[in-house]
Design a binder for this molecule. Structure first.
Ligand code: 15L
Length: 297
């Protein structure tokens, strides 16, 4: 415990608590981008499946987990069915890993009772297990919904006050703050990725701005795992789209340089009618999430 705290203090002194501005050199130059074992939680979800197919380049073994039954493990994989709300199971899940890519949990807006166990208790269990097993790096899949109540067209950076647009978003804000605490107290480094819309295609005017292609997602994850001295960092995950709502200078400090763009989907999207002017989904960055709920009576 004492040593961990000293580590954090040394780290803060040395790195001022943020990603240092790198010069134009790629921060991964001379860095080996391979670990022995990486844990991927939420491996059965949308992005989990995408990353499952790609993380093998970066680890001898990818331990994949999900609460749902996974496709059988390939060579180089260890598949573990795990409920993130089960602290003992998560402790066993995390043993022996070099880094964690934490996507697990509910990924859409749902009643609080559904968000609480997987997203809040589950993320706590992941960090506690990381502390106990000495894991030094976590990549936390946050979401653009933590800033969902900023207006579309406003350009914001990663330092603006959070404006979550629902319980799911609040759980991601919790994960951002929890990871901050685990860095300050224990020196566990985290890159929080405020992922935009990461699907095969942008589907509407909002997602033309927030789209993150899978190659850019992979690049971001690789950098979030391996760039040295990230401390506790928050970056937005969007491709090199024509329009931007997010000032992503922190991501470029990671050396993140997106190569994809949503322009390829523009003609199709713009051939559909825009949302009516009074539709809140067209006002806020979180889109239709601001219209979901209340779930309670
Ligand atoms: C998210 O956080 C969700 O996980 C994803 O399903 C999309 O809804 C995305 O945000 C979005 O903002 O469109």
């Amino acid at each position: 415990m004492y040593l961990q705290s000293v580590h954090a203090i040394n780290f803060l002194t040395q790195y001022n608590n943020e990603i240092m501005p790198f010069n134009s050199n790629d921060p991964l130059t001379d860095v080996t981008t391979r670990f022995h074992r990486i844990l991927l939680t939420g491996a059965g979800g949308n992005l989990g499946k995408v990353l499952r197919a790609r993380l093998g380049k970066y680890a001898d073994i990818v331990r994949i987990s999900d609460v749902a039954t996974l496709e059988p493990a390939h060579a180089q994989e260890e598949a573990v069915q795990c409920d993130l709300a089960d602290a003992a199971a998560v402790r066993a899940l995390v043993e022996g890993v070099d880094a964690i890519v934490h996507l697990g949990g509910v990924s859409v807006e749902r009643p609080f009772e559904e968000i609480l166990p997987a997203n809040i208790q589950g993320t706590f269990n992941i960090y506690e297990a990381a502390r106990r097993h000495g894991v030094r790096r976590v990549v936390f899949a946050s979401s653009n919904h933590v800033i969902g109540y900023y207006r579309q067209g406003d350009v914001i950076d990663a330092d603006v006050p959070l404006r979550p647009d629902g319980y799911y978003a609040v759980s991601k804000a919790f994960g951002e703050q929890l990871s901050r605490f685990y860095f300050d107290r224990y020196g566990i480094e985290t890159v929080c990725l405020r992922i935009g819309f990461s699907f095969p295609e942008a589907v509407d005017r909002r997602t033309l701005v927030t789209w993150l292609g899978y190659d850019d997602l992979e690049q971001l994850i690789r950098r979030a795992i391996f760039v040295p001295n990230v401390g506790h960092s928050i970056v937005y995950g969007a491709s090199a789209n024509r329009d931007h709502w997010w000032d992503n200078r922190r991501a470029s400090c990671l050396g993140f340089s997106p190569v994809e763009s949503s322009e390829q989907f523009r003609a199709k999207v713009e051939s559909t009618p825009p949302l009516p002017a009074d539709d809140l989904a067209g006002w806020y960055q979180g889109g239709a999430f601001v219209k979901i709920g209340p779930f309670e009576e």
